[in-house]
Ligand binder design. Structure first.
Ligand code: ADP
Ligand code: MG
Length: 240
């Protein structure tokens, strides 16, 4: 479904991604881990063309992301993204945050969009917060709204960039639980996270990236028990 083939990316002279080769199948959950600055966010951002690759091929369902002929808006509609810092609209209610894109981009009616929004709010466990403003919610609740907002577009794949790393410890679990449920329903997910419990429970594969290179690809069981790469060992010894 998502395929990186020999992908290089530069920021000026600096090479941020080095010969990335990675295939992600429909229904797979892939966790990307690696030190700060290793290129994890850049990888995710290339998938929905928030960043452009410099060399190589990146395709989604066979469509080249960076091709001039590709309708990038159409492609993006199919990709939900959840960021570390929620990115909710502060002056809109929870419901408005979720209905905005389905109305604007998918042309849904107000009622239809609201119905969908309420369905997903219920799913992430905060149906009662529909009329609240983001500032009235905890970080964990805001992140669940952000997930509901992504899901309301009915995407084929969800990208998560360190979705719990800005949260107080007591709120991490509620967000991970929503993500675990999503994974178990068969959503294709690419998740940048250092949450080992999550990775062990739902990831099909762990991808370890360092200095722009994929150094190791393994099942969670293999990776956490016995990373092959020295740099992966060192990294794990620091975060665990
Ligand atoms: P990670 O998410 O793994 O922490 P990033 O993908 O955010 O890493 O960044 C990888 C590297 O690219 C870092 O060295 C970062 O400073 C650099 N970088 C990220 N975005 C830009 C940019 N827009 N311009 C120049 N350098 C950037
Ligand atoms: Mg990052």
């Amino acid at each position: 479904m998502i395929e990186f083939k020999g992908v290089n990316k530069y920021y000026g002279d600096f090479q941020v991604l080095k010969d990335i080769n990675l295939s992600i199948n429909k229904g797979e959950v892939v966790v990307i881990i690696g030190p700060s600055g290793s290129g994890k966010s850049t990888m995710l951002r290339c998938i929905n063309h928030l960043e452009t690759i410099t060399e190589g091929e990146l395709t989604i369902n066979g469509t080249l992301v960076a091709d001039k002929k590709t309708d990038i808006n159409k492609l993006r509609r199919n990709i939900g993204m959840v960021f570390q810092h929620f990115h909710l609209y502060p002056h809109k209610t929870v419901l408005e945050n979720i209905t905005l894109a389905p109305k604007k981009v998918l042309g849904k009616s107000e009622n239809e969009a609201k119905e969908t929004a309420r369905y997903y709010l219920d799913k992430v466990g905060i149906a009662e917060k529909a009329d609240a403003y983001p500032s009235q919610l905890s970080g964990g609740q805001q992140q669940r709204v952000a997930i509901a907002r992504g899901l309301a577009m009915n995407p084929e794949v969800m990208l998560f960039d360190e979705p719990t790393s800005a949260l107080d410890p007591e709120m991490i679990g509620e967000v991970l639980d929503v993500m675990k449920a999503l994974a178990k329903e068969g959503m294709t997910m690419v998740v940048v996270t250092h949450e080992m419990g999550f990775a062990k429970e739902v990831a099909d594969r762990i991808v370890f990236i360092d200095q722009g290179q994929i150094l190791e690809e393994a099942t969670p069981a293999e990776f956490y028990a016995n990373p092959r790469e020295e740099r992966a060992k060192l990294f794990l010894s620091r975060i665990l």
